[in-house]
Design a binder for this molecule. Structure first.
Ligand code: NAG
Ligand code: NAG
Ligand code: NAG
Ligand code: NAG
Ligand code: NAG
Ligand code: NAG
Ligand code: NAG
Ligand code: NAG
Length: 521
């Protein structure tokens, strides 16, 4: 692998932070930086109506703030995209390429080179009191990388989930000490995060701004709702989008074609159940948001606090006859919800294309700090239409970590093949792709002029998939091989540049181009 330099380590002594008090001048911001509550859910889609259960969230954050309708992940998989949120870096720059320690997830290198430059470290140095509760990175707490005793740099109050999302029978590292939770009703992780958040806010004194990250497990597998929410969505079925369980033709990449398409009817009730239980798990998150909101209101902190609500990646259930997962370059998997409310943000719907890598710059903007990243502050998007943005999506396919089970015939290059899902494999080592996703908005009606995606797989066909979302919302027809040769060539060139970009080069294609002198593009 040829790597770009990882972000240079930053220590309090070596910091070269330019603390610019509202140099941008466009935020009607308070004199001390505002507080931030960032909520990151796990696997919550936006295209399959994943926000429907979030009634309070839509009401308290959505309708009072900005709703971003075109937010894309840097990588449609947990650990790499969480790394992008934390660092403002695309995968090729933060080098967390999969969910394993070997792939950088919570690895010693991550701890050494990336944790010193996350938004937490930077905001802490700028005077924030910082709090984290819930899932961090999939391999967090693994004994090979320091166990529960490792508290990532930048966090004053740390309650990190050890390992991947769970609802019961898990451990948290509370300020570096492992605490075990069982399976009684009061151990439900989302509720435990809620209680920790309440304790933190109650102990907050007004002389210091706070940054709070709440990262509940919902709606990730094993899809366990809180007892009080069991069966709340009885009768709800997986959304039958036009691309739900359709036969897959030669125009899709090999993994999607492999195995039965459509899926046998016996699988469909299982997909319906997963869909419904995912919604049920989200009800506790919606309560968490409301409780935190109401407590801040009670304490007169609401007008001084930004809420940012997003997810680490999207999800598909049955689209193109793929059972249930992320890890595909389709809209279901790469689109996530993004809501921001707070001082100076008017109720609005923003269709400009934005990315998970922008959250970092947005938090720094709120804190009045400058530090390089691959993204841009989202306050820009709320002001500067027209917008033309190309964002990058990178995914590296994982091979099977376990010996393939004999119940599904497969080799170790194939992954996530489940008997109860007709042995459709959901990942493979060569399910590796990079895409550019372009959204350009034209006023006055903000209808997108360009709204497309172009992907190349790193497999032995160098397979191309491309869609014009303006005319083919459900991605039924791959135009990668039918478009004009010159156009395909331009797409390829742009993708190649984006796949190597760093810092403001990654804003290639935006209308900030001239402002930042991105002359080499
Ligand atoms: C927020 O509200 C409190 C109490 O109403 C007030 O004292 C404070 O000045 C307000 N802050 C901002 C930034 O508007
Ligand atoms: C964790 O550490 C912070 C900062 O020292 C402290 O305020 C907080 O009370 C601790 N939390 C717990 C649960 O011990
Ligand atoms: C939690 O662990 C206990 C003891 O191992 C087990 O009986 C129970 O089924 C588990 N519960 C859940 C919800 O995982
Ligand atoms: C989990 O629940 C089961 C049955 O409901 C019980 O037998 C077991 O002791 C519980 N385990 C823990 C770790 O709380
Ligand atoms: C949902 O269905 C289950 C099983 O069919 C039933 O036991 C439960 O009472 C139903 N719940 C609601 C809220 O309708
Ligand atoms: C994760 O990435 C690393 C580094 O490229 C690789 O060695 C490892 O095999 C990958 N893990 C899986 C499960 O594919
Ligand atoms: C991808 O890898 C699988 C498993 O090793 C292999 O069977 C398949 O032919 C490969 N496909 C492409 C397009 O490279
Ligand atoms: C951009 O580049 C031009 C010429 O290369 C230079 O004259 C100008 O000052 C630069 N602008 C900024 C903002 O750096």
């Amino acid at each position: 692998m040829s790597h770009n330099q990882p972000g240079s380590p930053v220590t309090p002594m070596k910091m070269h932070l330019t603390i610019l008090l509202f140099f941008l001048g466009y935020l009607a911001a308070p004199v001390t930086p505002a507080n931030v509550v960032l909520i990151i859910t796990d696997d919550q889609d936006s295209t399959l109506d994943g926000m429907t259960p979030m009634v309070n969230t839509l009401n308290l954050i959505g309708s009072r703030g900005a709703t971003f309708t075109n937010c894309f992940v840097a990588s449609p998989i947990c650990c790499p995209n969480r790394a992008s949120i934390l660092t403002g870096r695309y995968q090729h720059n933060h080098l967390t390429v999969n969910n394993s320690i070997a792939g950088g997830c919570s690895s010693a290198k991550w701890q050494k080179f990336q944790e010193p430059a996350t938004f937490a470290t930077l905001l802490q140095i700028a005077g924030y009191r910082t709090f984290y509760a819930g899932k961090y990175l999939n391999e967090y707490g693994n004994r090979k990388v320091g166990g529960a005793a490792h508290v990532p740099m930048g966090w004053d109050w740390w309650a990190g989930l050890i390992g991947n999302s769970k609802y019961y029978n898990y451990s948290l590292s509370i300020n570096g000490t492992e605490a075990k939770y069982g399976n009684s009703t009061s151990d439900y992780l989302t509720d435990v995060i809620n209680n920790l958040a309440v304790n933190f806010i109650n102990g907050h004194s007004d002389d210091q701004p706070f940054l709070m990250v709440l990262a509940p497990p919902a709606p990730h597998a094993p899809f366990t709702p809180a007892d009080r929410h069991n069966d709340k969505y009885n009768g709800t079925k997986a959304k039958r989008t036009p691309n739900f369980n359709v036969p897959v033709h030669q125009d899709k990449h090999w993994l999607v074609r492999k195995g039965p398409t459509p899926l046998p009817n016996s699988v469909l009730p299982k997909l319906d159940e997963i869909y419904r239980k995912r919604w049920e798990t989200l009800l506790a998150v919606d309560e968490l948001v409301k409780n935190v909101h109401d407590l801040l209101k009670e304490r007169n902190l609401l007008n001084d606090t930004y809420f940012i609500y997003t997810s680490d990646n999207g999800y598909h259930i049955g689209q193109f006859s793929m059972p249930m997962d992320k890890r595909q370059p389709y809209e279901t998997d790469i689109r996530v919800p993004l809501l921001i409310s707070g001082p100076g943000i008017n109720p609005s719907t923003i269709s400009a294309g934005v990315s998970s890598v922008d959250i970092f710059a947005t938090l720094l903007d709120i804190a009045g700090i400058e530090y390089p990243s691959d993204g841009m502050t989202l306050f820009q998007a709320t002001r500067n239409a027209p917008q033309d943005r190309i964002v990058l999506i990178e995914y590296r396919g994982e091979r099977s970590k376990k010996i393939p089970s004999s119940s599904c015939p497969s080799d170790s290059d194939l992954n996530l093949c489940m008997k109860e899902m007709a042995c459709k494999c959901q990942d493979a080592a060569n399910n590796t792709f990079s895409c550019i996703r372009r959204v350009s908005i034209t006023p006055p009606n903000n209808s997108p002029k360009f709204n497309n995606i172009f992907c190349i797989f790193e497999d032995n066909q160098k397979f191309i998939e491309s869609y014009d979302i303006n005319v083919d919302e459900y991605q039924m027809t791959n135009i990668g091989y039918t478009m004009k040769k010159g156009l395909r060539h331009r797409f390829r060139k742009r993708l190649k540049r984006m796949a190597m970009c760093r810092n403001v080069e990654c804003l290639f294609g935006t209308n900030l181009r001239s402002k930042f002198n991105i002359s080499k593009f």
